[in-house]
Design a protein around this ligand. Structure first.
Ligand SMILES: [Ca+2]
Ligand SMILES: [Ca+2]
Ligand SMILES: [Zn+2]
Length: 286
């Protein structure tokens, strides 16, 4: 009974606030209730400073604003030879073409290998009801299990594990000649990708520190530049000259919940001749 009383009291207080706001603004009560709830409940600190999740107020599960991760074709592809070994270097790009951010927050709530930390995926809910994520309005959030974060000493920041997989296949073949199955990323907004997204939103993520929230906003992409350590595949010594397909796939282990798991990969056709690489025939990787 005591719990029920508390709930009733909370609802009454909320209704009073709505009625008060409606009176001040000269609107009907139903108009006031369609306003962003933030206005009713008063000022809160900026989202970047919050631990806002989980928000104690309920939100409908079907209004979650999910991300949609999509790799773009690799760029800046080049071959470097080190100690007689050919290395295929390239820039990889993971775009978020969804309506909500791809966000992870380190929280350690699940076990991870030594030296790593679990990070949950944060899912925002469309409290404002406009169909996409607005940080100032859509503060309802829930968490789900994500994956592990690890310190990448050469990059000097923390990565979310298994954000990408790279494979190189001979044109027209299925099985890779070389691959990298589990590439970790620091998730952040590096490049606007308006063509890949239904919405255009301000940049939001960029800090790759140990305790920081990481993410990719809708309409932005996380770019891993070809100059970064480890951003390459080692070519087999006996790899013959020819046409190849360099495939980049975002979230290959499907750790993150998103709207479409089937559109995460992109392919760059390349022609490899000795220690040089050029654009390959587009049709060769169909
Ligand atoms: Ca996707
Ligand atoms: Ca919204
Ligand atoms: Zn990094």
């Amino acid at each position: 009974m005591q719990v029920t009383s508390r709930v009733l009291l909370h609802v009454t207080a909320g209704s009073a606030a709505c009625a008060l706001l409606a009176g001040v603004l000269g609107m009907s009560r139903s108009d006031a209730e369609s306003l962003p709830r933030l206005a009713v409940h008063g000022a809160r600190p900026a989202a970047a400073e919050l631990p806002p999740y989980p928000d104690p107020r309920p939100a409908p599960v079907n209004a979650r604003l999910l991300p949609n991760l999509r790799s773009l074709p690799a760029e800046d592809v080049g071959i470097r030879v080190e100690d007689g070994q050919r290395q295929l270097w390239f820039t990889s790009i993971i775009a978020n073409a969804g309506l909500g951010p791809a966000e992870v927050v380190p929280d350690g709530v699940r076990p991870c290998p030594a030296g790593q930390r679990h990070a949950s995926q944060v899912l925002y809910h469309d409290a404002g009801g406009n169909g996409y994520y607005e940080p100032a309005v859509d503060r309802f959030a829930s968490r789900r299990t994500g994956g592990c974060m690890l310190d990448h000493p050469e990059h000097d920041h923390w990565h979310f594990d298994a954000m990408a997989r790279y494979t190189l296949t001979s044109a027209g073949r299925q099985s890779p000649v070389v691959g990298s199955n589990k590439v970790s990323f620091c998730l952040r907004d590096n490049r606007e990708t308006p063509a890949a997204s239904p919405v255009k939103l301000p940049k939001r993520y960029g800090d790759c520190g140990r305790d920081k929230v990481q993410g990719i906003m809708p309409g932005w992409a996380d770019v891993y530049d070809t100059d970064l350590p480890d951003q390459h595949l080692v070519l087999p010594a006996d790899l013959p000259d020819g046409n190849y397909c360099l495939r980049s796939e975002a979230d290959p282990l499907q750790l993150l919940l998103e709207t479409d798991d089937a559109d995460n990969a992109a392919v760059r056709p390349v022609r490899i001749s000795g220690s040089t690489v050029a654009a390959g025939p587009p049709a060769s990787c169909g």
